[in-house]
Design a protein around this ligand. Structure first.
Ligand SMILES: Nc1ncnc2c1ncn2[C@@H]1O[C@H](COP(=O)(O)OP(=O)(O)OP(=O)(O)O)[C@@H](O)[C@H]1O
Length: 259
């Protein structure tokens, strides 16, 4: 029987927007009776349950609250209201390469980041070659990551995260910076962990990759969960079903069903 992997129960998250940076600006605003700050709700009363092994496409326009929701699930942020329950080990990328130390080499960051993601030293040692191969950073392994290109940085971050034996994998725009061969490799690897029964949360604007990867879609709009259900219906709800980007990607064979 399937078991609950993630329970998000009436969750809200507020941010405070500070309008004025300097004391002088604040004084002027106060004298003029203007507001100094504003509270704004990035995630608004969101509830859903994910069963172990489901693969969820999290979609919505820029600023709709997707990354914030992932951070809440991951535990790097706490909800202001509601509660979140997760079962098992969580891995994945909130910001690619988050936690990398710029002065350290790729090798040292691999150990550091692997440990942050909950891998033991023997586990990292065992998977070391596979991770380096996947990241394809070869001769740059002992170069400080501050000298890496953004693609290399992202590749190493993804390679480490995907090799964690996690119950839940969170992928936030992982494929945004990689080149085409790497994107394909990532999609194939994500399909592999999906088949192994890992719960996947995949944030994407590309409907064809959501089609290939997910069995359910959630759509956030201004922090509200306005759609939760079938992939095709979710894409249609967003009116992403015939967007140009998708057509282009399909024409390129970049996001076909084979990945
Ligand atoms: N730490 C923060 N402090 C203040 N506001 C924030 C913070 N993080 C996010 N926001 C705001 O919350 C809203 C939701 O942001 P979020 O990054 O979750 O959106 P998103 O759906 O992931 O967007 P995108 O598709 O552009 O990645 C945005 O308006 C953003 O400016």
């Amino acid at each position: 029987m399937a078991s609950e992997s993630i329970v998000v129960d009436h969750v809200s998250k507020d941010f405070t927007m500070q309008y004025h940076r300097t004391l002088k600006q604040m004084a002027v605003a106060t004298i003029r009776g203007l507001p100094l700050k504003e509270h704004f709700r990035a995630v608004n009363d969101v509830s859903f349950t994910v069963e172990q092994g489901e693969s969820i496409g999290l979609m919505g326009l820029n600023g709709s609250g997707k990354s914030t929701l992932l951070k809440l699930i991951n535990g790097v942020m706490r909800p202001d209201e509601g509660r979140i329950l997760t079962r098992g080990r969580i891995a994945g990328l909130i910001a690619t390469g988050a936690g990398f130390h710029p002065q350290l080499s790729g090798r040292d960051n691999l150990y550091l980041n692997g440990a942050i993601l909950g891998m033991s030293e023997p586990e990292i040692k065992r998977k070391f070659d596979e991770i380096v191969d996947f990241a394809d950073i070869g001769k740059f392994l002992d170069t400080p990551v501050s000298h890496y290109s953004s693609g290399m940085f992202a590749r190493l971050g993804f390679a480490i995260a995907i090799h964690v034996d996690a119950d839940i994998f969170l992928a936030d725009e992982v494929l945004a910076v990689g080149d085409k061969p790497f994107k394909k490799k990532c999609m194939a690897k994500m399909q592999e962990i999906r088949q192994q029964g890992t719960t996947i949360f995949y944030v994407s604007h590309a409907s064809s990759s959501v089609r290939a990867m997910c069995d359910r879609v959630l759509v956030l709009e201004s922090g509200h969960l306005n759609f939760d259900g079938d992939v095709e219906q979710g894409i249609h709800y967003l009116q992403y079903d015939d967007d140009e980007e998708t057509k282009e990607a399909l024409a390129d064979g970049e996001l076909g069903a084979d990945v």
